[in-house]
Write a protein that binds this ligand. Sequence first.
Ligand SMILES: NC(=O)CC[C@H](N)C(=O)O
Length: 367
Amino acid sequence: MKYQKRQKAIILLADGTIFYGKAVGNKQGSAFGEVCFNTGMTGYQEIFTDPSYYGQLMVTTNAHIGNYGVNDEEVESDSIKIAGLICKNFSYEYSRIDSDGSLESFLDKNNLLAISDVDTRALVSYIRDNGAMNAVISTEVDNIEGLKKQLADVPDMNGLELASKVSTKEPYYFGNENATYKVAALDIGIKKNILRNIAKRDAYIKVFPYNAKFEDLEAFKPDGYFLSNGPGDPEPLVDAQNLAKEIIKRDLPLFGICLGHQIIALANGVSTYKMHHGHRGINHPVKNLRTGKGEITSQNHGFAVNREEAEAHPDLEVTHVHLNDHTVAGLAMKSKNCFSVQYHPEASPGPHDASYLFDQFIENIKK
Ligand SMILES: NC(=O)CC[C@H](N)C(=O)O
């Protein structure tokens, strides 16, 4: 067994609560962020590289993390985006025919601090009872007071703009340039599997930075527009909201996922709010109110769209609801070619029940 004498580590929550664990590998130091948990039993590599998680300390509820290694293809962006990892058992051994290496070396390459041997069930119940909050994971187990001071300076997720930290600096292209359709996508933290899903449906995509103007996107002569997922609070993303308003005003085909969905709500004057501890997992039940059918969905969000305001809006239809807490899971505009979902039809990780939404986007483009 590797690393028999592993460093002690702590998780200090903003309210002063402490949980204990051990550092993964030989890593030392501290990592700060908002602590949240994901209940997926698989898909750790996709989760760790999802830009929507930027600035968050991830608690994985599955009992083993790392046991199937990593694969170069199973990434949602070019690097790990979570701020730190908290898990129960970290597997230094791994086994899978398709794997290209160990999770340990992947974390090392990305310089990510991870803590294992944590009572993650107790930690998750604590977050469920007390809400998502800032925290620090650290090997400085004797420096509690110092860590508390540093932790006090970490900004609150509520009101925090993070899209600019993960968005592309320059526009780039994805897919086959001879494809039938052209889609302009705003990157406010886009996952690669969204690009793969759109490209697979015969579309060529140009991806734009978070602060791109309507004219920039329009110059590509797209058939449809897409607003991506991404980290942080949607409210400070004024450029993206203005862009959405311009697209909506012209009644051009528009599709938004997660942060993009929240931006579409805000562009319609409907507010968003910080949830108690969010939805993060790969088995969240959603009801499609148009068909009456249920979908098992992949989710990762800490903010949500105000349901009362959305229902009272004359031009909005709530098309999907989350069946655990009845929050808004999908929206469509009645008079415009625009729709969005709070969850992740691209999965990665997760079930593919909702992949029909990408087909719907292409159908809307054809109209
Ligand atoms: N996956 C996402 O796009 C997340 C959106 C937003 N950052 C939230 O937490 O709600």
